[in-house]
Design a protein around this ligand. Structure first.
Ligand code: TRP
Length: 332
């Protein structure tokens, strides 16, 4: 085994192709090489509106179903819900006393998400990356598969781990390495090749949801935005839509992008989209079907999450007890 990985997805609804190709799909291969812990980070999901308790419960089960349907094996890996293991919040408090305000002020994602009304943003949104550091370091994980957009949070996590070790003169936490994987870490909107595929885009045609059925997947691919040039080419700046679809094809086919670009250089956009639609249906429709099957039995999903929480808890509570000793909290 090459170490321990930890990663997580927020249960915010509308899981889409970007979440799958950018994150979950890569974890399936990693579970063979690493001891793997995959979390549904519900505590992160309440840092932003909408605050909808019933939807949060449904989305938490949906993300769990997506993990399993994509091929993550709940026997081999630990799959669990963040709020089920108290050590995340407890360690986050300790880290709030390690991370300097100046470090948090540099986080570009906070600035983006807080928008213009920074004074009105929740304190939880501000310390979001501290909780994320606690997620990973509660397990002393060595590697973190994440998308490009989380790189800065990983840097902060390493700063926190290093500052803790130095302050208390210990070698307790590893400095976790990011694993940025896959050809399609950035999947763009099907309606606009310059915008990221997003759960919050008002147009459902802009994304392929992991729960879309075969007809919907095919229709969205066939209606994806294209340009009027002959043939396909890899020119992301000039032809962002063509680049996005070629990228998606390469990722779904698990082929090098160059080979895909060469193969479709002389195809019409319409023919290429037809081929891509077939491929997308072949790869994604079975996952949607399996998700539907799993979600029909919430009791089964909850049982998997309970078992996962027990295994996670065993590791995290032991590490937390050591942290409490290191910082000088009196033993109970
Ligand atoms: N911030 C991550 C995202 O939005 C989700 C996340 C929370 C996470 N805790 C984590 C990812 C720990 C990796 C490790 O994608």
């Amino acid at each position: 085994m090459g170490g321990r990985i930890f990663s997580g997805v927020q249960p915010t609804g509308n899981l889409h192709l970007g979440n799958y190709l950018g994150a979950i799909r890569n974890w399936v291969a990693l579970q063979e090489q690493y001891e793997s812990i995959f979390c549904v980070v519900d505590m992160h999901a309440i840092t932003m509106p909408p605050w909808e308790p019933e939807a949060l419960r449904a989305h938490t089960r949906e993300v769990t179903a997506a993990y399993i349907a994509a091929g993550i094996d709940p026997q081999r890996c630990v799959i669990f819900v963040q709020s089920h293991v108290a050590a995340h919040a407890q360690l986050a408090w300790v880290f709030n006393c390690v991370a300097a305000i100046g470090w948090l002020n540099r986080m570009t994602q906070f600035k983006d998400k807080a928008g213009k009304d920074r004074e009105g943003a929740m304190a939880g949104l501000y310390v979001y990356p501290v909780l994320m550091a606690a997620d990973v370091l509660a397990y002393r994980a060595t590697h973190v598969p994440v998308g490009e957009d989380q790189k800065q949070h990983l840097e902060l996590m390493r700063d926190i781990a290093g500052a803790f070790n130095r302050r208390y003169d210990v070698d307790f936490f590893p400095l976790p390495e990011p694993l940025i994987l896959g050809t399609a870490t950035r999947v763009m909107s099907l309606r606009d090749g310059r915008a990221k595929m997003s759960k919050s885009d008002p147009s459902d045609n802009s994304r392929i949801n992991l729960t879309d059925d075969a007809d919907t997947i095919a229709r969205k691919v066939r209606r994806a935005k294209s340009d009027s040039e002959m043939g396909l080419s890899w020119e992301p700046e000039r032809r962002p839509e063509a680049a996005n679809l070629l990228n998606i094809y390469a990722a779904l086919a698990e082929e090098p992008r160059e080979a895909v670009v060469e193969r479709f250089a002389a195809s019409s956009f319409a023919d290429f989209k037809g081929t891509l639609a077939d491929l997308a249906v072949a790869r994604l429709a079975p996952i949607a079907g399996e998700m539907r099957r799993l979600l029909a039995d919430p009791g089964h999903i909850d049982a998997i999450l309970r078992a996962g929480a027990e295994r996670a808890e065993a590791i995290a509570s032991d590490n937390l007890a050591q942290v409490y000793d290191i910082v000088g909290f009196l033993r109970r």
